[in-house]
Design a protein around this ligand. Structure first.
Ligand code: GDP
Ligand code: MG
Length: 147
């Protein structure tokens, strides 16, 4: 199994709901280690650039508006198969279709305000991590977890 890094975002609805800690806790419990974290508010240009692949989609303008509507938490998560593992922990894009026990099933409001972002491939993860975090802001460490 490969150790990977992936980009995770706690979206404005997750920050507003006061569940930053709960979400990070789920990642830690499930073997994904935060190796970079920053709370920030995205500019329109940052959100448009980040979601450029969705530019032609009908929901693009609304998505950019939502993603810039309040603070977000940007994170790099590290672990075995981190990209796919993060997507499993998040659940499906539409919370109505998300499996029980996933973040989106438990916390999301709707298909847009769905609480978390996660990179969808190893290749995109590299691009997305470097979009927000220069390498010097990512700090690897070993876990010595309590039993
Ligand atoms: P993800 O990879 O599971 O986050 O989903 P996508 O990459 O397909 O879409 C990016 C984000 O756009 C989603 O997480 C939602 O916030 C939003 N989104 C996706 N589909 C829709 C839609 O049909 N309507 C609206 N309003 N937003 C959507
Ligand atoms: Mg996506």
């Amino acid at each position: 199994m490969a150790i990977e890094r992936t980009l995770s975002i706690i979206k404005p609805d997750g920050v507003e709901k006061g569940i930053i800690g709960k979400i990070i806790g789920r990642f830690e419990e499930k073997g994904l280690k935060p190796v970079a974290i920053r709370l920030t508010q995205l500019s329109k240009a940052e959100a448009e650039g980040f979601y450029a692949v969705h530019k032609a989609r009908p929901f693009f303008a609304d998505l950019v508006k939502f993603m810039t509507s309040g603070p977000v938490v940007l994170m790099v998560l590290e672990g075995e198969n981190a990209v796919a593992r993060n997507r499993e922990i998040m659940g499906a894009t539409d919370p109505k279709k998300a499996d029980a026990g996933t973040i989106r099933k438990d916390f999301a409001t709707d298909i847009e305000k769905n609480t978390v972002h996660g990179s969808d491939s190893v290749e995109n993860a590299k691009i997305e991590v470097s979009y927000f975090f220069p390498e010097v802001q990512v700090h690897a460490y070993e876990w010595k977890k309590l039993a």
